[in-house]
Design a protein around this ligand. Structure first.
Ligand code: C2E
Ligand code: MG
Ligand code: MG
Ligand code: MG
Length: 282
C-alpha cells in the first residue's frame, strides 16, 4: 500500500517538476539576452535616519521586465544568474549603472549595491569596483557594498582579505540580511564592516517579540562599541519604527518610508523624506 501511495505521489508531482524545469530553462535563456535587450533596470529604496531625519543611503535593487512574464523578482532570477554564471555580467552592469546614476544625483547621498556570493568570490571583483568608480567619477565613500553572511562562510581568510582590499578602495561595506545564517555576531564582527543590516524577519517580530528585541538590542550595543552603524530592514509600521528608535537603531528601510522606486521618482522621494513632518521624523 505504502509503495502504491508513493508511486501515486510521484506521478502527481512529475508534471509539476517538469513544468518547473521548463520554466527555469526559459528563465535562463531569457536572462542571457536581458542585458542586450535592455530589460534590466535598477530601482532605488531609501535608508532613512531614525534619530536624525533624512535619507542616508539609496539601495539599488535589480528589476527585470520580462517581455512575456512581466516583472520577475530578483529572488527568482538572481539564483538563476548565479547558477549560469551570468551574475558576473549582470552584477557588473548593476554596479556600473548604480555608480553612474549616483554620480549624477544632485544630493551627496551614498548608493548601496548588492553583491551575491559568487560575485564576492570572483577574482576580478576589486578591479571591477575600482573601474566602476573611476569611470563614473563617484567618490569611493559614496559607494556601499552589501554582502550577505552566506558569502563569508566558505573561507575566512579569503573573505577577510577581499573585504580589506575593497575597504582599501575607500568604499563602505555592509553586512546584509544579518541573522538569517548561523554565524554568531562575534564571528561576523571580525570582518571590517561599516554597517549591519538586520534582516526583516526580526523587524517583523516587532513591536511585541521579545527575541527579536533581544537580538536587535545586542546588535546595536555591539555596533555602538565598535563604531558600526545598524540598519533595520523591512520596517512597515510606525509601531515598529518606534521600537527601533527605543532600541537605538541608526537607520530604517522599508515600505513605511518607500518601496524601491525608479530613478526618475527619486527627486520627489528625497523632497518628501527630508521634510520634518515626514515619516522619517515621525
Ligand atoms: P536585499 O538586499 O535584502 O533587499 C531588500 C529586499 O527587501 C528588496 O527585495 C526590497 O524590495 C524588500 N523590501 C524592502 N522593504 C520591505 C518591506 O518593508 N517589507 C518587505 N516585505 N520587503 C521589503 P527585492 O528587490 O525583491 O530584492 C531581493 C533580493 O535580491 C535583495 O535582498 C538582494 O539580495 C537581491 N538583489 C537585488 N538586486 C540585486 C543586485 O543588483 N545584485 C545582487 N547580487 N543581488 C540583488
Ligand atoms: Mg541588500
Ligand atoms: Mg537585505
Ligand atoms: Mg533581505
Amino acid at each position: 500500500r505504502a509503495k502504491a501511495d508513493g508511486r501515486a505521489t510521484f506521478r502527481f508531482f512529475e508534471p509539476a517538476l517538469d513544468e518547473q524545469i521548463r520554466r527555469d530553462q526559459a528563465l535562463r535563456s531569457g536572462l542571457r539576452t536581458a542585458l542586450e535587450r535592455e530589460e534590466l533596470d535598477l530601482h532605488f529604496q531609501p535608508l532613512v535616519g531614525i534619530s536624525q531625519p533624512g535619507v542616508t543611503c539609496l539601495e539599488a535593487l535589480l528589476r527585470w521586465r520580462h517581455p512575456l512574464r512581466g516583472m520577475v523578482p530578483p529572488s527568482e532570477f538572481i539564483p538563476a544568474a548565479e547558477e549560469s554564471g551570468l551574475i558576473t555580467r549582470i552584477g557588473a552592469w548593476a554596479l556600473r549603472t548604480a555608480c553612474h546614476e549616483a554620480a549624477r544625483w544632485p544630493w551627496p547621498i551614498p548608493v548601496a549595491v548588492n553583491l551575491s556570493p559568487m560575485q564576492f568570490r570572483n577574482p576580478g571583483l576589486v578591479q571591477m569596483v575600482a573601474n566602476a568608480l573611476a569611470e563614473s567619477g563617484l567618490a569611493p565613500e559614496r559607494l556601499e557594498l552589501e554582502i550577505t553572511e552566506s558569502a563569508l562562510l566558505q573561507d575566512d581568510q579569503a573573505s577577510l582579505s577581499i573585504l580589506r582590499e575593497l575597504g582599501g578602495l575607500g568604499v563602505r561595506l555592509a553586512l546584509d540580511d544579518f541573522g538569517t545564517g548561523f554565524s554568531s555576531l562575534g564571528y561576523l564582527l571580525r570582518f571590517p564592516f561599516h554597517k549591519i543590516k538586520i534582516d526583516r524577519s526580526f523587524v517583523a517580530g516587532l513591536p511585541e517579540g521579545r527575541e527579536s528585541k533581544a537580538v536587535i538590542r545586542a546588535v546595536v550595543s555591539m555596533g555602538r562599541s565598535l563604531g558600526i552603524a545598524v540598519t533595520a530592514e523591512g520596517v512597515e509600521t510606525a509601531e515598529q519604527l518606534a521600537v527601533l528608535r527605543l532600541l537605538g537603531c541608526d537607520d530604517a528601510q522599508g515600505y513605511l518610508f518607500s518601496c524601491p522606486l525608479p530613478a526618475a521618482s527619486l527627486a520627489s522621494l528625497i523632497g518628501r523624506l527630508h521634510r520634518p513632518d515626514s515619516a522619517g521624523a515621525a
